[in-house]
Ligand binder design. Structure first.
Ligand code: ATP
Length: 223
């Protein structure tokens, strides 16, 4: 099961924690303000009150063993930077951090954020794209048991084609696109090459990731 810690329980952090819980993730929610913790304690697996800028407290809660951490501290930027840095140093594979603007986003990436969210801008852009594509009736909404997820391609699939693997029939998964490593960039990350709607001839390579649609049960088997 996906384990996620949400650090900071303002409106954004609480919304993330609640939806993660609905989607079946194991959620640890943390805020230094005990009232914020009490607002969500019934809806997550664990909720605790402490200052997340303290690296020993983070380590003692096994934050380094989480699959992902969401740093949802907005207006306290110094805390947000420290917490992002500590989570990165504790080895969390996916650190997502909230930024209020592009300058903050840059700093957060430099101290170890793998993904930066700027909620107002991201939602604004999303809405604008939605409005300019009139044929789009709504954002994709799937039945409760289904999700679209990005997964690492299992090692035993590497070197085999989609046709050989018979992914749709054997694994009940539909691959939307494959994300392949391109050249390494200046910051050490890989550039991404996106291969949308791959056909049966496409062969998986080492390091490939894929965006797939399927039932949560089937997706869970590959996580
Ligand atoms: P919203 O998500 O409601 O827009 P915001 O972006 O204004 O909120 P803040 O209110 O600054 O964000 O912070 C969100 C939460 O993070 C608050 O509940 C606050 O108590 C918590 N927080 C701030 N600093 C720390 C810290 N060092 N450790 C733990 N929690 C913290």
């Amino acid at each position: 099961m996906l384990k996620v810690a949400v650090l900071g329980l303002g409106r954004f952090g609480q919304a993330v924690a609640r939806e993660l819980n609905v989607q079946g993730a194991e959620v640890l929610a943390i805020d230094r303000n005990v009232n914020k913790v009490n607002e969500i304690i019934q809806e997550v697996d664990e909720a605790e009150s402490f200052d997340a800028t303290n690296p020993s407290l983070l380590a003692s809660r096994n934050i380094g063993k989480m699959d992902a951490v969401v740093v949802a501290i907005g207006s306290n930027f110094e805390a947000s930077v420290l917490v992002t840095m500590h989570c990165h140093e504790l080895g969390v594979p996916l650190v997502c951090a909230k930024a209020l603007n592009e300058d903050q986003a840059d700093v957060l990436r430099k101290v170890g954020a793998d993904k930066v969210i700027k909620p107002e801008e991201d939602v604004g852009e999303h809405l604008a794209r939605h409005l300019t594509h009139e044929s789009v009736l709504d954002f994709v909404e799937l039945p409760q048991d289904y999700s679209i997820r990005r997964l690492v391609v299992p090692q035993e699939w590497v070197g085999q084609s989609l046709g050989q693997l018979n992914v749709l029939n054997e694994h009940k998964l539909n691959i939307i696109q494959i994300i392949r490593r391109g050249e390494p960039e200046a910051d050490g990350r890989w550039a991404e090459i996106k291969l949308p709607l791959p056909d049966g001839e496409t062969v998986f390579q080492d390091g490939d990731e894929m965006e797939v649609i399927g039932t949560n049960k089937q997706l869970g088997k590959l996580e």
